[in-house]
Design a protein around this ligand. Structure first.
Ligand SMILES: Cc1cc2nc3c(=O)[nH]c(=O)nc-3n(C[C@H](O)[C@H](O)[C@H](O)COP(=O)(O)O)c2cc1C
Length: 205
């Protein structure tokens, strides 16, 4: 019988046969334990402050989930979520990660193909400036007026108003009424659009 990971197309023995390594992204401890048992080479542990798609259930933050997973597995752990500068990077290593995965900080880089309006939405995002849009999964976004108005109306079903499939189009065109700007909580730490090299140099300095 196929394992869950095989059904999802993630056959780690096959990757290994091809001379490749596979890291499994997860949002909760049980999935980390399961993936480690399936023979993955490493885990990307994504805390609740991350940008991107999230689960519909309750989730732990990077500060809690990374050491929790690190305590339960013997394979490399990559921390994702809330890391935007040297402090976050060092904290991730101190929590037991061997590396980090960065999303939001790189959107607000000079090289990112994101439109200027998306980068500026990240720069303008303050403390508590992101929210989760509950669709068939949750997506962390920076709310604009349309989303704020819709969310304030208890008769509105947001999953009827936004289609996840429109997220790339909305983001890359800067049409945040089509889909609100994606970003993690780390947006509030980002004050400048910088080259990727400058971001990484500062992070590992
Ligand atoms: C706008 C946006 C879109 C994302 N899309 C994906 C995706 O398609 N697949 C994926 O595995 N992770 C996706 N992520 C998650 C990132 O790969 C990364 O794990 C996450 O952004 C880390 O949190 P941070 O944004 O706080 O750095 C996305 C993140 C953002 C901000």
């Amino acid at each position: 019988m196929s394992t869950l990971l095989e059904m999802l197309g993630c056959r780690y023995p096959l990757l290994h046969d091809l001379g490749m390594k596979g890291l499994h992204l997860l949002l909760a401890l049980p999935h980390a334990i399961r993936a480690a048992g399936e023979g993955v080479d490493g885990l990307v542990v994504s805390g609740s402050e991350s940008g991107g798609l999230r689960s519909m259930g309750s989730e732990s933050s990077t500060m809690v989930l990374v050491p929790l997973v690190a305590d339960h597995v013997k394979i490399p752990v990559v921390a994702a979520g809330g890391i935007a500068d040297r402090r976050g990077y060092r904290a991730a290593l101190a929590l037991g990660a061997q590396g980090v995965q960065i999303g939001t900080r790189f959107i607000a880089s000079e090289e990112a193909p994101a439109p200027q309006v998306w980068k500026e939405a990240i720069l303008a995002c303050g403390d508590g400036g992101t929210t989760m849009v509950p669709l068939n999964m949750k997506m962390r976004v920076i709310p604009n007026k349309k989303l704020v108005d819709l969310a304030a109306d208890p008769t509105v079903d947001l999953s009827q108003e936004y289609n996840l499939m429109n997220a790339p189009k909305g983001w890359m065109s800067g049409d945040f009424d089509l889909f609100p700007a994606g970003a993690g909580q780390a947006a509030s730490l980002i004050r400048e659009i910088k080259p990727v090299k400058a971001i990484i140099d500062e992070m590992v300095s």
